[in-house]
Design a protein around this ligand. Structure first.
Ligand code: TMP
Length: 200
């Protein structure tokens, strides 16, 4: 049984990655997965992680994201890939490097080491970054009921975006950057062309 392919969709909030990940999963008979929260334990962790009324340190936040990821890899992602099912994931470890590392300032080398512990040998075959600027993200976002991350300042989101672009640039074989300011149809066409070009 050939192993399934693992594609991750990344980007700042409101970039459109969830829409695209769900669409590709439906069209290619793949498992749609997401972080944080894609398991019964993960759903509990997600509630705590997004609750802006309960402050936590950046390291605590990172470790809780990694707890969710470790459990997600073990119970959802690896079993799917091993069974030959492709997985389309809305966020994976680059989110922690971007948000808790570049965004919150947690040491990147420490985060990398903790990530290794959480995910073992599980790596995406391709990470698709849907890049949008902060003004576009703010225009798209609904202003009511902001969570811990949506309520962070503009500079935080700028650092997160910049972190993603640095990671994508440093590993072009495993990253594909799409301009997310165009229409969803244009974003979809760019993603489909890239996936079609892979010999999977
Ligand atoms: P979502 O809006 O894509 O469901 O993600 C919820 C929030 O969690 C989003 O603002 C990004 C944040 N996040 C991190 O800060 N680090 C992580 O590792 C992950 C997976 C998400």
């Amino acid at each position: 049984m050939p192993r399934g392919r693992f594609v991750v969709f990344e980007g700042i909030d409101a970039c459109g990655k969830s829409t695209q990940a769900r669409r590709v999963a439906a069209q290619r008979a793949a498992r749609f997965a997401f972080e944080p929260g894609d398991s019964p334990l993960g759903a509990q962790l997600r509630r705590w992680l997004l609750d802006a009324s309960a402050p936590m340190t950046p390291v605590t936040e990172a470790l809780m994201m990694l707890a969710d990821r470790s459990h997600h890899v073990a119970t959802v992602i690896e079993p799917s890939l091993a069974a030959g099912t492709h997985v389309m994931a809305d966020r994976f470890y680059a989110s922690t490097l971007a948000y808790q590392g570049y965004g919150r300032g947690v040491d990147l080398a420490d985060l990398q080491a903790a990530t290794e512990l959480a995910i073992g040998t599980c790596r995406p075959d391709l990470t698709i970054l849907i890049d949008i600027d902060i003004d576009t993200a703010n225009e798209r976002r609904t202003r009511n009921a902001e969570d811990r991350f949506e309520s962070a300042d503009v500079q935080f989101h700028e650092r997160v975006r910049e972190g993603y672009l640095i990671m994508a640039k440093s590993d072009p074989n495993h990253w594909f950057v799409v301009d997310g300011r165009t229409t969803p149809e244009e974003v979809a066409a760019a993603i489909d062309a890239r996936l079609d070009a892979l010999d999977w």
